[in-house]
Write a protein that binds this ligand. Structure first.
Ligand code: GSH
Length: 212
């Protein structure tokens, strides 16, 4: 049996991988990273991951896996939950993972804070909203046409990543007024037992205030 260790910070993007591990029932260990001083239980996190951010996934003695979308694809592959390589379903899933990573996740990051952090001031929250809102509107349109999940009726790999985005929307106080399908998606995800276990395990989200 493969040994999987997920490096995470509460409420941050590794939650997507955490949800997927729980959904698929794979055995794994969690290692919490203190993002303020970049330490973990064994010392300097930057020595382990020079990218200096989470998520990271250690698989046995293999080189560390990084990048949310890649980690999700890797986990999905472990239980054949990721569609078979090079089929239309595979490309669709890849396109969603890439879209969420580059159009949503990255645009949720404040350009005013060094590193990858959510916005923490009124102005930066407003700027981030002007960037993510049109991209979320695209997802809304897709969910209205063929939801309630990204690939239709059933939960798939990219849904765990999209949920991190809707969870951040709530955290940042953005409203769902023009995004009812996303709101429905968010509440469907919250009802899933795996998601509830993840919230319980991670606890209160990492502070948006530097060094707190
Ligand atoms: N490109 C990376 C970005 C990961 C990322 O944004 N991580 C954030 C948490 S959501 C982080 O660790 N920020 C702390 C820092 O950059 O110092 C990915 O897709 O995995």
């Amino acid at each position: 049996m493969m040994k999987l260790t997920l490096f995470y910070a509460a409420g941050a993007s590794p939650m997507a991988a955490h949800i997927l591990l729980e959904e698929l029932g794979l055995p794994y260990q969690l290692e919490k990273v203190n993002l303020d001083n970049k330490t973990w239980s064994q010392g300097n996190y930057n020595l382990l991951n020079p990218k200096s951010y989470v998520p990271a996934l250690k698989v046995d003695d293999q080189p560390l896996l990084t990048e949310c979308a890649v980690i999700l694809e890797f986990i999905g592959n472990q239980s054949k939950f990721m569609p078979q390589y090079a089929t239309p379903a595979y490309w669709k899933q890849r396109a969603w993972l890439n879209y969420i990573a580059t159009e949503l996740h990255k645009n949720f990051i404040s350009p005013f804070r060094p590193g990858n952090w959510l916005p923490n001031t009124t102005d930066s929250k407003q700027l981030v909203w002007t960037r993510v809102q049109p991209r979320l509107a695209f997802v809304e349109h897709q969910l209205a046409a063929s939801g309630p999940y990204l690939l239709g009726d059933t939960f798939s790999v990219a849904d765990s990543y999209l949920f991190v985005m809707t969870n951040w929307m709530k955290r940042l106080g953005y409203n769902f007024v023009s995004l009812p399908q996303l709101e429905k998606f968010d509440s469907l995800m919250r009802q899933r037992a795996a998601v509830q276990r993840v919230f319980q395990q991670e606890g209160a989200p990492h502070s948006l205030v530097d060094g707190e």
